[in-house]
Design a protein around this ligand. Structure first.
Ligand code: ADP
Length: 487
């Protein structure tokens, strides 16, 4: 009669069965026949009402029209919401059931949205509590931080707030501080860098500069700025640290290092000079002790004196160049140099000298490689590397010069087929006076300053130099990079 498609209908043939079903699930409406065998409709209704989950389930009694009014009154007192009289008229039954079904659906919907609302409210409360806690935490951090924290307006200039460390560092009272702008704190030495402007470009930024206190003391600072959004407002937070002590410590350390290096240099230079001076003295003594009249001995000792004097001269020249490079007087004057043309001019002259030692130089530099480099430095670098490649080569050995583009720069290599360098010494040979023990044993002349000079020149021209063992351990490859000239 009700239409199965619209409702889920559960039938019970007795009062106890109806109670069981009601325990198992929730119902929108109970249609209860008053006259049932055993437990009648009223008893069943009474028990339905007593149970918690069905206390409010609407009940419609179905009864014969002949029932007297007492009956009806009893039904209502037991929680009936309506009566349907037999014989049942389908339209009336449908209409009444529809009303209760709709009511149930609405109640369900209401309950669901109430639950969602409750959940949302709880989440919001939690978020509020977390926000309050985090704000509290930040406030504590802000006021107790040992670094100065200053909050600027979005423009990065107007001071909005400052913690105690900031007031102490700059020496202002709070009211004075809040009337300042960023430029009042910066010293002229800071080269006009705007604290806030830097951070407002996005994210956090750190930079160093100079600030000044209320009484004019200028001090170095390290500042980190971050743009933060507080209550929808964009602000700039700057954390500033006075790095005077740190700078002093770093300078003292640097000074100590320099002094140690100077002492080491003086010791090494004295040592390097002592050998040729001793040799010259000994040769001179021999000559003055009478051997000067013996032409053979005189010739040999004069040669010793000449060689050692040349060695001394070479040492002094290299030392002067080192001093000049280190003093910064020898700053590179870069120009655009076509490497193919440069090698075509320089290499043939050196190749003639190489030939005297039976060493061949081969050059393979492609056209179109233009480097930005100081010409006299590049000449010095090439001359030194080629001199070494010839000096430390074997008889009938070769030297290969090549160049290519690599990782946005130009890479030049000078490879030889010489005595090679032990792998452990490869990174060390660029240090002052560092010579491989084998070259001393082989009595190959040198000052141990050439590679140091080359490295200083390559570095100052914006390049990098390193050494590798040639493939199959047959000699050495020196590679260096130079910036490529922009087309
Ligand atoms: P030196 O005046 O001794 O040649 P350098 O500074 O030019 O001084 O070189 C330092 C050391 O590096 C040399 O003494 C030598 O041991 C090693 N060395 C440099 N170039 C080469 C090379 N092409 N082959 C082998 N060893 C080399």
């Amino acid at each position: 009669m009700l239409g199965k498609e619209q409702y889920e209908i559960v039938r019970a043939s007795s009062g106890p069965e109806a109670l069981r079903r009601i325990l198992e699930q929730e119902f929108a409406l109970v249609l209860l026949d008053v006259l049932m065998p055993g437990m009648d409709g009223f008893e069943t209704a009474e028990l339905i009402r007593k149970r918690r989950q069905s206390r409010h389930t609407p009940i419609i009694f179905i009864t014969a029209t002949s029932s007297n009014e007492n009956h009806v009154g009893q039904g209502y007192s037991l929680g009936a919401v309506d009566y349907i009289y037999k014989p049942i008229i389908p339209e009336i039954l449908k209409a009444k059931v529809q009303v209760f079904a709709e009511l149930y659906r609405k109640t369900l919907r209401l309950a669901r949205s109430e639950e969602a609302l409750r959940l949302e409210l709880r989440e919001r409360e939690k978020a509020d509590a977390a926000r309050v806690e985090s704000e509290e935490k930040y406030r504590k951090l802000f006021s107790r931080a040992s670094d100065a924290i200053i909050v600027y307006d979005e423009d990065g200039a107007t001071v909005l707030d400052a913690n105690k460390a900031a007031l102490d560092l700059y020496g202002y009272a709070r009211s004075e501080f809040l009337a300042l702008t960023a430029s009042d704190l910066e010293s002229g030495k800071s080269r006009g860098r705007k604290t806030g402007a830097d951070a407002s470009e996005g994210g956090a930024r750190s930079f160093t500069g100079f600030h000044k206190t209320k009484n004019g003391r200028v001090f170095p600072v390290e500042t980190t700025c971050a743009s933060v959004a507080i209550k929808g407002r964009k602000l700039i937070m700057a954390l500033t640290r006075d790095v005077t002590e740190r700078q002093k410590a770093a300078e003292a350390e640097l000074m100590q290092e320099r002094e140690a290096m100077q002492r080491q240099l003086v010791a090494t230079v004295s040592h390097e000079l002592r050998t040729p001076i001793a040799a010259i003295r000994a040769a001179n003594e021999t000559l003055t002790m009478g051997e000067v009249d013996n032409p053979k001995i005189r010739g040999r000792f004069l040669k010793i004196i000449e060689n050692q004097a040349a060695r001394l001269g070479g040492l002094v020249e290299d030392l002067l160049l080192v001093a000049e490079l280190e003093s910064g007087k020898c700053k590179p004057v870069p120009s655009e140099i076509d490497l193919k043309e440069f090698c075509a001019e320089l290499v043939p002259g050196i190749a003639v000298l190489a030939k005297k030692k039976s060493v061949t130089i081969k050059c393979d530099v492609p056209a179109g490689l233009v480097a930005t480099v100081d010409r006299s430095h590049l000449t010095g670098i090439f001359q030194n590397l080629l001199d070494n490649a010839i000096k430390y080569n074997k008889k009938n050995g070769s030297v290969f010069v090549s160049a290519r583009r690599a990782a946005g720069a130009i890479e030049i290599s000078v490879r030889d087929t010489g005595i090679g360098i032990p792998a452990d010494d490869l990174p060390l040979i660029f240090q002052q006076f560092r010579r491989a023990p084998s070259v001393r044993e082989l009595q190959i002349k040198g000052t141990g300053l050439g590679l140091y000079i080359i490295k200083t020149m390559v570095d100052s021209n914006g390049g990098r130099i390193w050494a590798e063992s040639a493939p199959d351990d047959d000699g050495t490859v020196f590679r260096f990079t130079l910036p490529e000239a922009k087309a």
